[in-house]
Every structure is written in structure tokens, then in C-alpha cells.
Design a protein around this ligand. Structure first.
Ligand code: UD1
Ligand code: MG
Length: 453
């Protein structure tokens, strides 16, 4: 049996009061449309079809081939939106599953139940409902005295009595395709000037055909986003869902409500995430790490057994056994090799710190490569910018940079070099050489200590 999901995403989202199409508002770091699209994909045997309209080009670009798209030029209601799918789907599918792009929390399992109900339904429609005291503007499900579904009435058209009805239309339907294409054109124009998909229910009932309702239990799944208040509710619910997934996979979240993990992030077992921590974008964190409290980690790859205390990182790589913070900042292109120690008030940009480098306090390292086991003294600065261009600093292995050294790039310091406190280094320093002063000049040759085993 062919099942095709149709996702409605053409509405303007007027109530969002936004320049951004509603479908592209992010929830946990991802445009809301994609959650509904994932669920649609998993129950659709055919490629899902997304009805786009408002902000069509931006939405199509975001979808980027993940589904077929059809444009609803004028947004004349949800029934009219489904009509736009007729030309591409007529004769090509047995069932049409319709969901709304603004329902990001609907689970695949729920849609599976909906499809199964319709497969067993001799009538043409199965739909999702929920019984709840907070109607949130949803349509009300009217039942006949014998308990069967009779109609859906939209909130703005409901009588005071109908407004009291607690059974709500969630916004997920599975239709017999042939019946749908024949009946959609009979949907009357609503007083609001729209063709409501919900009016198909009454059409079926009037024709003596049964409509099946699946009454859902989890209200959290039914959050539809019409305003920014709903957006924050959806964000909170999705965050809780994501956090729960990590905890069940072996990650400790000390305080889940203050832990903000975006959709794509992955975290290894036995890692502990402390409160007030934000893990964003494509961040990947290994096993046995400690992150936070108070860290903001974006698009960063972290190995195993590393510790990121009150740190901010973006586009960085942190290998194993790194110890960072408090108050450390990594900008794009920062790479801390294994066993690096980076203490408070340091900033690293577009630089690689080799294995075991120590950078304890108050330093700026930009456009630099630093060899293994080098010590960067407090207050060291790579003066990488001459006002026009960025220049590289290359520091060898086992170098000792004295406190408050200014390294005026481009510059290279050989292995085993040493700078005195407060030096301003403007010329390359050969290996095993001590430089001091302002500007620094060579004063003697050094003998390097043998490496500890
Ligand atoms: C709709 C339902 C309501 C249900 C609620 C659940 C209708 C008439 N009402 O109301 O019974 O309780 O969802 O969330 O269906 N859209 C289009 N083209 C249009 C109009 C809308 O594609 O011309 C899309 C929107 O982008 C959105 C979805 O359809 O994704 C629903 O539209 P919206 O305006 O949010 O309807 P609700 O008022 O939420
Ligand atoms: Mg809605």
C-alpha cells in the first residue's frame, strides 16, 4: 500500500509577527519544519510532499531536496493547501497522510498508529485528537450522541457550548486518497474566506462514512506553534526530549532544565554536563568528559577525558585529556592537542597547541603553531595583526615563553628557545637560545634539559 505524507507549510504564520517564515524558526537549533518532515519521512512509503507558499524560496532552499515541494500561490486555507498536492499525487498513492509543519513534537509512533487506524477503517478519514483543558486555539472535535466523530469546528466559529468541548483536533489526518481528491472540492468556503481541511470530516459523516479518531495521551506531542509563546513551549518540550535521549544513552546531566543541547549534538558515555551549559551546532563530545558549569560550546569536537570549565568555544577541536578554564575562549580554528592545559582568561584563534602545551593565564594566541610541551607564560601575546594583515607565529617544542612576552609576527622560535619576562620579540629566535629585553636580543646560547621519560 502506497502512503504519501503531505506536510502543510505554506501559511504565513502571521501570529509569529516575524520577517522569517514560521517554518524556518529554529527549535533546538533546527528549523521547526524538519522535525515534522522527519516524522513524515518515517511513515511515508513515497517521497513526502511539502506544500510551500509564504517565503517559498527560503523554505525550498532549506528543504534542499529532502522532499518534493509544491507551491500554494495564495494561502486560502489548509483544505486549499492539500488541493495543491492533487496534481502530483492523484492515482499515485493509496493513502495521504496530512500533517502541519508547525507541529514539531508529533512522534513517528503516533503517525504510525494513525496510518494503521486508517488501514483498518472502512471510512475515508482517520485523525488524531487529544482531550485537554487547555485548548490553545485548536479546533474542537464534535461527537454524535452515539460517540462517533461528527465534525471539527474551528475555535473562531465555535458556539459558546462548542468552546467547552475538551476534545481537540491535533492536526494529523490519514485519508483514503481517492475519496480525498473527490471530496476536497466540495469543502465550503469558511466565513474567514478559507477552505478548511477540517471540514472534510463533516463531509464524510454526512455521506454516512465513518471517521476514526485516535485519542492521544501525551499533550506534549501536540504543541502547535502559532505564536512566540508556543515557540518557547515547543523549545522547552523538545529540549527535554533531547536531554532525556542523552541521559538514557549514558550521559549525566546534573540539571537538565538548565542544559541546552541542540538537536545535532552528540555526547559520549559517562560524560557529565554541569548546569548552565549550551552545546550547539555540530558539537561532538567524547566519553568521560566534564563540561560546565557555565560553558558555551558551538561546532566543537572534543575527545575523551577532557574538562571544559566555564569556557566558550566555537569551531574548535579539543583532543583527549585537555584541561580548560575557567574563563577560556577558543575561536574558529583553535586546536588543542592532547594534555593541553589552558587556564583562565586565555584566547586561542586559528592556532594549534601541540601535545602537553601549558598556557595557564591571560594569553592571546592567534595564527600560531606551538610545539609539544611548550610553556606559554602569563600574559603572552602573539601580535599577529599589523593593522592590515594577519601574520603567523611558529613556536617549537619545549620552548619557555616568559611572562608578558610580546611575539611580533611573523616570527619563528626554534625548539628549546626561551624568552625573558616582558620581552618584545621582533626577530626569529634560533633554537636553544634565550632572548630578553625590549626589543629582545640574543644574549646567550642555552643547553636544553633532557626530556623527562
Ligand atoms: C489548524 C486546524 C485546527 C487544529 C490546529 C492544530 C484547520 C482549519 N485548523 O489550525 O483544527 O486544531 O491546526 O495545530 O486546519 N497552511 C498552509 N496553507 C494555508 C493555511 C495553512 O499550508 O493556506 C499550513 C500552515 O503553514 C501550518 C498549517 O497549515 O503549517 C496549519 O495552519 P495554521 O494557520 O497554523 O492553522 P491553526 O490555526 O493552527
Ligand atoms: Mg497552527
Amino acid at each position: 500500500m502506497k502512503i504519501t505524507a503531505v506536510l502543510l507549510a505554506a501559511g504565513q504564520g502571521t501570529r509569529m509577527k516575524s520577517d522569517l517564515p514560521k517554518m524556518l524558526h529554529p527549535i533546538c537549533g533546527r528549523p521547526m519544519l524538519f522535525y515534522a518532515l522527519d516524522a513524515a519521512h518515517s511513515v511515508s512509503t513515497e517521497t513526502p510532499l511539502v506544500v510551500i507558499g509564504h517565503g517559498a524560496e527560503a523554505v525550498r532552499e532549506a528543504i534542499a531536496g529532502a522532499a518534493n515541494c509544491v507551491v500554494q500561490e495564495q494561502q486560502l486555507g489548509t483544505g486549499h493547501a492539500v488541493m495543491q498536492a492533487e496534481a502530483s499525487l492523484k492515482g499515485k498513492t493509496d493513502l495521504v497522510l496530512v500533517t502541519y509543519g508547525d507541529m514539531p513534537l508529533l512522534r513517528t509512533e503516533t503517525l504510525e498508529k494513525l496510518v494503521a487506524a486508517q488501514q483498518a477503517n472502512p471510512g475515508p478519514i482517520s485523525m488524531l485528537t487529544i482531550v485537554h483543558d487547555n485548548p490553545r486555539g485548536f479546533g474542537r472535535v464534535l461527537r454524535a450522541p452515539d460517540g462517533t466523530v461528527a465534525a471539527i469546528v474551528e475555535e473562531n466559529q465555535a458556539t459558546p457550548d462548542q468552546l467547552q468541548v475538551k476534545e481537540l483536533n491535533v492536526g494529523g489526518y490519514c485519508f483514503d486518497a481517492n475519496w480525498l481528491w473527490a471530496s476536497l472540492h466540495q469543502v465550503p468556503l469558511s466565513p474567514k474566506g478559507e477552505y478548511y481541511l477540517t471540514d472534510t470530516v463533516e463531509l464524510a459523516v454526512k455521506a454516512g462514512l465513518p471517521v476514526q479518531a485516535i485519542v492521544m495521551e501525551d499533550f506534549g506531542e501536540t504543541i502547535g506553534v502559532n505564536t512566540r509563546v508556543h515557540l518557547s513551549e515547543a523549545e522547552t518540550a523538545m529540549r527535554a526530549r533531547i536531554n532525556e535521549g542523552h541521559m538514557l544513552a549514558g550521559v549525566t546531566l546534573v540539571d537538565p532544565p538548565s542544559t541546552y543541547i541542540e538537536y545535532q549534538v552528540s555526547i559520549g558515555r559517562d560524560t557529565v554536563i554541569w548546569p548552565n551549559t549550551y552545546l550547539f551546532g555540530s558539537t561532538v563530545i567524547g566519553e568521560h568528559c566534564q563540561v560546565g558549569p557555565g560553558s558555551h560550546i558551538s561546532d566543537t569536537r572534543v575527545g575523551n577525558h577532557s574538562k571544559l570549565l566555564m569556557s566558550v568555544t566555537e569551531g574548535a577541536v579539543i583532543e583527549d585529556h585537555v584541561d580548560m578554564g575557567p574563563f577560556a575562549r577558543l575561536r574558529k580554528g583553535a586546536h588543542l592537542s592532547s594534555h593541553v592545559h589552558m587556564g583562565n582568561f586565555g584566547e586561542v584563534k586559528d592556532s594549534t597547541l601541540g601535545p602537553g602545551v601549558k598556557m595557564g593565564h591571560f594569553s592571546y594566541i592567534g595564527n600560531a603553531t606551538i610545539g609539544a610541551e611548550t610553556n606559554i607564560g602569563a600574559g603572552t601575546i602573539t601580535c599577529n595583526y599589523d593593522g592590515e594583515k594577519k601574520h603567523a607565529t611558529i613556536i617549537g617544542e619545549d620552548v619557555f615563553i616568559g611572562s608578558d612576552t610580546m611575539l611580533v609576527a611573523p616570527i619563528t622560535l626554534g625548539d628549546g628557545a626561551r624568552t625573558g619576562a616582558g620581552s618584545v620579540v621582533t626577530k626569529n629566535v634560533p633554537s636553544d637560545t634565550l632572548v630578553v629585553g625590549v626589543p629582545a636580543r640574543a644574549i646567550r646560547k642555552l643547553e636544553r634539559k633532557p626530556k623527562k621519560p
